[in-house]
Design a protein around this ligand. Structure first.
Ligand code: NAD
Ligand code: MG
Length: 360
């Protein structure tokens, strides 16, 4: 088992990564206030992993109540949140109850927001079961649901007490979801970890083949990068914004096509290509490093071109991104592999040109 810490003073917590952790109820027993938990999961994950988790908990004398939600981003909303609250109230869950998220990022974000607000806040443990959730969404304490007028618009910062990533759960993950998770993995290499980027270039085939040792290492190195960024800037006033590399372009793709058409990681893959090409066009990134970035994204089986929405449509959609601050578009661009920086006031013509270059 690999162990990392997210250092946030009193709210510090461990990220545990390894095989078979789902069966180790002690890892949860160590962090609960009372022997009572509510497990939030969905209809896809429950048949695969719920009974194993319940068994591991009852072996520790922990009583659990399962709340099984429908599967999908379309259900990440206030109505479904209310279903969680109904389950917690019917189960007479009190302030000593720990909410456990068992699933991908959708479940983690919703269960986390429910934990942040139920009775003004209860403890919360993340058991992420997608690669994206294991390397990204389960770490850092961002929780949210969607609003009809925007994704993740209603939420809170609420750090988990522990993150338990059982890498064996990835064996049932569809290939497309695995590749989408790799987009966020590549992102860490691009924004702050050139050594990791080199390692990913050498091991992409093995990762796509789900070699468990390679996957564990990729998850650990991704989480180590995210943990450092979150420890430096918990509420995204500064450096945490670097995690948005490719995301403003990606947001335009997701919103422009209609959410769900492309997976988030696929949109981020093409978005990072756009950011790299723009960085090159502005003279910040050498063409050699730009091509390395594009090649690795392609090797991960991710799209390197975006849908032809038209550059103006992209710009309009990008202006609606949550990352826009006081009307100014702020973009994460690359100086080098492993070196990113935030830029405001990038000329629109240059952005249009980079988008056009990446759309076929
Ligand atoms: P997801 O939660 O929708 O999971 C993808 C699919 O895989 C779902 O159908 C799910 O039921 C299924 N699944 C989950 N685990 C499985 C397993 N082990 N085997 C088989 N199927 C499995 O998607 P995701 O990519 O994990 O997360 C995306 C969500 O995360 C988005 O809502 C996004 O906004 C959010 N997110 C949050 C943060 C954050 O910091 N909080 C960061 C990134 C993304
Ligand atoms: Mg993302």
């Amino acid at each position: 088992m690999r162990k990392l810490t997210v250092s946030l003073g009193e709210r510090s917590y461990a990220i545990l990564i390894g095989r078979g952790l789902l069966d180790q109820g002690a890892l949860i027993a160590e962090v609960v206030r009372a022997p009572r938990v509510a497990i939030v999961t969905n209809e896809t994950v429950a048949p695969l992993y719920l009974s194993r988790l319940e068994g591991a908990l009852s072996a520790q004398g922990i009583e659990s109540r399962a709340i099984v939600l429908p599967d999908g981003e379309a259900f990440k909303n206030l109505d479904t949140l209310n279903t969680i609250f109904d389950g917690l109230l019917r189960g007479l869950c009190d302030r000593s109850t720990t909410v456990i998220a068992l699933g991908g990022g959708v479940i983690g974000d919703m269960a986390g927001f429910a934990a942040a607000t139920y009775q003004r806040g209860v403890d919360f443990v993340q058991i992420p079961t997608t690669l994206l959730a294991q390397v990204d969404s389960s770490v850092g304490g961002k929780t949210a649901v969607n609003h009809p007028l925007g994704k993740n618009m209603i939420g809170a910062f609420h750090q988990p007490r522990r993150v338990i990533a059982d890498t064996d759960t990835l064996s049932t993950l569809p290939d497309r979801e695995l590749r989408a998770g790799l987009a966020e993995v590549i992102k860490y290499g691009l924004i702050r970890d050139a050594d990791f980027f080199d390692w990913l270039e050498a091991h992409m085939d093995g990762l796509l083949g789900r070699d468990p040792t390679l996957l564990s290492e990729a998850i650990e190195r991704s989480c180590a990068n995210k943990a450092k960024i979150v420890a430096e800037d918990e509420t995204e006033r500064g450096v945490r914004a670097l995690l948005n590399l490719g995301h403003t372009f990606g947001h335009a793709i997701e919103a422009g096509l209609g959410y769900g058409e492309w997976l988030h990681g696929e949109a981020v893959g093409a978005g990072m290509v756009m950011a790299a090409r723009l960085s090159q066009g502005l003279g910040y990134l050498s063409s050699e490093q730009c091509e390395r970035a594009v090649a690795l994204i392609a090797d991960a089986g991710l799209p390197v071109t975006g849908p032809a929405l038209g550059a103006d449509r992209y710009l309009a959609l990008m202006a609606h991104d949550k990352k826009v601050e006081a009307g100014r578009l702020r973009l994460v661009l690359l100086r080098d592999i492993g070196d990113a920086e935030i830029f405001a006031d990038v000329p629109a013509d240059q952005i249009r040109a980079a988008i056009a270059q990446c759309c076929v």
